[in-house]
Design a binder for this molecule. Sequence first.
Ligand code: PGA
Length: 249
Amino acid sequence: MRSKIVAGNWKMNKNMTETEALLAELSAKLPDSDAEVMVAPTFVNLAVSVRNLEHSTIEVIAQNMHFAESGAYTGEISADMLLDIGVDTAIIGHSERRAYFGETDEILAKKVTTALGKNIRVIFCFGEELEDRKSDQHFSVVESQLKNALFSLEASAWNHIVLAYEPVWAIGTGETASPEQAQEMHAFIRKTITEAYDAATANKVSILYGGSVKPGNAEEIFSKPDVDGGLIGGASLVADDFVAIIKSI
Ligand code: PGA
């Protein structure tokens, strides 16, 4: 059975006081669910979040990490620094990292290799832009993103990888892929992994959908057979919305 996962990506939102308040509200309202629930606060609030959630099943994850072990990389955070504060999952390849910080497939491949070498679970994000979909290139774009960053890995590495398909045109725009579009792409992703590896590997990978998931559309998206959960941006900043999304899985 694949894990069901609902992960909240808080991006550059919430100061420390707000972080602690949101975590307290989430913990108090957390519904019983067989899904893994994760939150990704900003780096400066990771350690305090881990402490606040010591007795909670909510997992604290990182929004990013650097590929180097340590050294002269001003402003960056290493895998060991995350592990040291009790964070062992990182989002890698978010479209905002790709678009605003120049993270290429090549850089992302290095980040994934470093993370897995340190036993950090990776939530790997990818997805096409609007022009790609309009010109019917969305499948080939997604395939090359996966191939370039992940397909040199050994099959066993996939035990520590979660995929998050996030069409760029649906992130923060209020526009969502229809449940059918999400299912179509998720099935394509599984087929691509089957061809590169085998069906057993493809069937055990959790594939999350991300892009304007809200309480009103989560249930239908999550009901699709190849959608194993969601990576939630805006709606994860409001406890009641995030809780409603968790309930709908
Ligand atoms: P959104 O963000 O839910 O605000 O569209 C999703 C994401 O960027 O992971």
